[in-house]
Design a protein around this ligand. Structure first.
Ligand SMILES: *Cc1c(COP(=O)(O)O)cnc(C)c1O
Length: 735
């Protein structure tokens, strides 16, 4: 009803809905999987009627727009706020945020020492609200994004009145810098002062908001954790633990123990990575300078924590140093993950393997100290509203026709009903038609954006995600070169028997991640040669799609036959695009890593192409590379020699990609997994040639994907970590 009104109204105005929809920008708010997970969670929270808020920063310049020029990534700013009809500025909702200054101690009438954080500078946080409507419910939640601006205190006025216009404008600009740019690193931390400022600005404004709302309830402080649960999405907001302790202690006058009880019962911490370069640490002098009172509280938290550890484990001399929140380096560093664990009542990983790994590796000592019950798993999920219904409307419609309506969009286990139709000829025909139509749509996009003509009936092989050595796009492109060399060596008759393939890549490299940028350059350089080789024709095409984002994902994912989730075992915490691809009727080639393992458990091992070494073997292999002899796989060596011959252009450009494997210990096990990868890709070709079998695998897999709804995931957080229940809401009429 509403949709048809909308279409008619637009037509009257002379517009097509497709053109209007294209005007909408992606929110440039996040960095790959972490931010997208938060978006799926917001959708589920609202759709399940949980009263929840999302908090973040309103970046003026969010994640950059990627252009590919001469095969290289070029970053350009994305002016996403220039047209954003979804936000509501709330100039009535502001918070003054303090930085720098000093701490003065005084004694109150009861002889208690009271800390006063004084001086420094004030920056104003202004709320911008983005409504998050639930699906098929009247519930709408709120995503509150903070924007920074100069505090309009007397200070500014004085400057202004004194005619110091320049300096008062400079103050304004300096304040606005805080929410100006999103740091584009994915799984890498660099201890920049401005980033720490962003983190504190964000959590201080959000906590002020949360505390203000709690105080309106007039409930006693000890009931705070019953009304409020705060989930730390990775360690980036961990200063919130310290800030809440400061509010309770310094501003509300609670005793340390009472305050700390409230804090730890309020927070939960989700770990998203075991990569050492991604674990956040902030230098003590930096925190001392920016947040002097917070540093004192961090030291006190650490003191009480270490005292309790020492009492319980008096013999274990090294334990204290290992678990300390402060790393005794030069300069000293605050380990944010340790602070998050100590300050939370639950810690979770995001897939079973990952949750097991954190308990046995990086957080092992904390399991000894707190016991195993503090550590739990909540396997990630994705929202079926966006990743099935919106991205793949025809498939959604087909499923709806067989499952008896749209219930599967709110209860994804309903998908299992389509397994009954796996042998139904008409159903299978429609299924195949939909996939082909989605591939035709992507083929058009490829032509328009990369200028490459691809055959929609070829096998579409897709790897789209942030470019990172641990995700191993280099393994993929080396495999593509191997395929090219194999085809070149064949007679024309032999070639005719081969399965045509289109290798599709997409993803942004962090601007400072030189190696990731070399990978992008190699992919484009290989494409240039392969796509113009007349011996090869449609047997192999290599495409890099620029500026991968959510809107592009909605076009790419439904068109995939096989997608690549090939991280070095033990490095990808969960992955969520693996779930998106299978839900859209594509199969996976992948390692035994992250959620791939649970996807296999759910859909069956006949429906996934697993390869490579296991997480438990990685350490030994790395050790052998460094201290034993390191033999490079023969086929991979042939690939290296071809690159070094200059077949794909300047050999100098790609030398580092080769020497990482050959000379620098092959940390990501590219050579160890290469043979297994190539063999498994051959199995994929064979399987795809049998289209009937292939479609059976696809339908069966989709039918068994119910577990990976973010609704299941959010219900697990609600029950196991937040202790909250959904509100009872009347279902919307006609939904
Ligand atoms: C889902 C998604 C990701 C995460 O992909 P992984 O393969 O799980 O790393 C990253 N970027 C976008 C735009 C996504 O939609």
């Amino acid at each position: 009803m509403l949709i048809s009104n909308c279409l008619a109204g637009l037509a009257d105005l002379g517009f097509r809905i497709e053109d209007v929809i294209e005007q909408e920008h992606d929110a440039a708010l996040g960095n790959g999987g972490l931010g997208r997970l938060a978006a799926c969670f917001l959708d589920s929270l609202a759709s399940l009627n949980y009263p929840a808020w999302g908090y973040g920063l309103r970046y003026r310049y969010g994640i950059f727009k990627q252009e590919i020029i001469d095969g290289y990534q070029v970053e350009v700013p994305d002016y996403w706020l220039d047209f954003n009809p979804w936000e509501f500025p709330r100039h009535d909702v502001t918070v003054d945020i303090q930085f720098f200054g000093h701490v003065r101690k005084s004694t109150d009438e009861n002889g208690r020492t009271v800390a006063h954080w004084e001086g420094g500078e004030i920056v104003k946080a202004v709320a911008y609200d983005v409504p998050i409507p639930g699906y098929a419910t009247p519930s709408t939640n709120n995503l509150r994004l903070w924007s920074s601006t100069a505090a309009s205190g007397e200070f500014d006025f004085q400057k202004f009145n004194n005619g110091d216009y320049e300096s008062s404008v400079a103050d304004q600009q300096r304040a606005e810098t805080i929410s100006a740019v999103l740091y584009p690193n994915d799984n890498l931390e660099r201890g920049k002062e401005l980033r720490l400022k962003q983190q504190y600005f964000w959590v201080a404004a959000s906590l002020y908001d949360i505390v203000r709302r709690f105080k309106k309830s007039k409930r006693p402080w000890k009931e705070f954790p019953e009304q409020v649960a705060i989930q730390l999405n990775d360690t980036h907001p961990t200063l919130a633990v310290v800030e809440l302790q400061r509010i309770l202690l310094d501003l509300e006058g609670l005793e340390w123990d009472e305050a700390w009880n409230i804090v730890t019962n309020t927070f939960g911490y989700t770990n998203h990575t075991v990569l050492p370069e991604a674990l956040e640490k902030w230098s003590v002098p930096l925190i001392q300078h920016l947040l002097p009172r917070h540093l004192q509280i961090i030291y006190d938290i650490n003191l009480y924590f270490l005292q309790s550890v020492e009492r319980r484990f008096p013999e274990e001399r090294d334990l204290l140093g290992r678990v300390s929140i402060i790393e005794e380096s030069q300069p000293k560093m605050v380990r944010m993950a340790h602070l998050a664990i100590v300050g939370s009542h639950k810690v979770n990983g995001v897939a079973e393997l990952h949750s097991d790994l954190i308990k046995t590796t990086i957080f092992k000592d904390f399991v000894t100290i707190f016991g195993p019950d503090k550590f739990t798993n909540v396997t990630n999920g994705i929202t079926p509203r966006r990743w099935l219904h919106q991205a793949n409307p025809r498939l959604s419609e087909l499923i709806s026709s067989k499952t008896g309506g749209k219930d599967f969009l709110t209860d994804l286990n309903e998908l299992n009903k389509i397994e009954l139709y796996v042998k139904d000829k008409a159903f299978r025909k429609e299924w195949a038609d939909i996939k082909l139509a989605n591939k035709e749509r992507l083929a058009k996009h490829i032509k328009a954006s990369a200028g490459v003509t691809v055959d929609p009936t070829a096998l579409f092989d897709v790897q789209v995600k942030r470019i990172h050595e641990y995700k191993r796009q280099q393994l993929n492109i080396f495999g593509v070169i191997h395929r090219y060399l194999t085809l070149k060596a064949m007679s024309p008759e032999e070639r005719k028997k081969q399965q045509p393939r289109v290798s599709i890549f997409g993803g942004k490299a962090a601007p400072g991640y030189w190696m990731a940028k070399q990978i992008i350059h190699l992919i484009n350089s290989v494409g240039k040669v392969v796509n113009n080789d007349e011996d090869i024709g449609d047997l192999l095409k290599v495409v890099f799609l620029e500026d991968y984002n959510v809107s592009k994902a909605e076009i790419i994912i439904p068109a995939s036959d096989i997608s690549e989730h090939i991280s070095t075992a033990g490095t990808e915490a969960s992955g969520t695009s693996n779930m998106k691809f299978v839900l859209n009727g594509g199969l996976i080639i992948g390692t035994c890593d992250g959620a791939n393992i649970e996807i296999t458990r759910e859909i069956g091992e006949n429906n996934i192409f697993l390869f490579g070494n296991l997480a438990e073997d990685v350490e030994d292999l790395r050790h052998a590379h460094t201290y034993g002899t390191h033999e490079i796989d023969t086929d991979l060596n042939r690939v290296f020699q071809e690159i070094e011959k200059g077949t794909f252009g300047s050999t100098q450009d790609f030398a580092a990609l080769i020497s990482a494997v050959r000379d620098h210990g092959d940390y990501y096990l590219v050579s160890d997994d290469f043979h297994s990868y190539i063999e498994t890709q051959a199995l994929v070709d064979d399987a795809y040639r049998n289209q009937e079998e292939w479609i059976t695998k696809c339908i069966t897999s989709v039918a068994r994907m119910g577990f990976f709804s973010s609704d299941r995931c959010i219900n697990e957080y609600a029950e196991g970590i937040w202790n909250i229940e959904p509100l009872r809401v009347e279902k919307e009429e006609g939904a």
